[in-house]
Design a protein. Sequence first.
Length: 89
Amino acid sequence: MRSQPTPFEGGPMDGRVLPILLGPTGHPPKWYEIPVPAADGGPPTVLLYERVPSGYSKRLHLQKGWKYLHVPTGRKPKPRWPWTKPTRP
């Protein structure tokens, strides 16, 4: 399988570059979860990173690659299907 060095921004992984396995489409996964074990033996904390474009070229505005951005809430958004009812606050 192919991998791609992908930078991380924000959170504890800020500035690190890890080789991320690419999927069948040639893209890294949309969400990247990193479990961090607790010091006292409790449940692990999960760091959540979302894949975003790393930038665009100036002339043709082509995407240069991907990077992972830290999501401080630690939760993925729920999928929004057209047939589901809207949630009330």
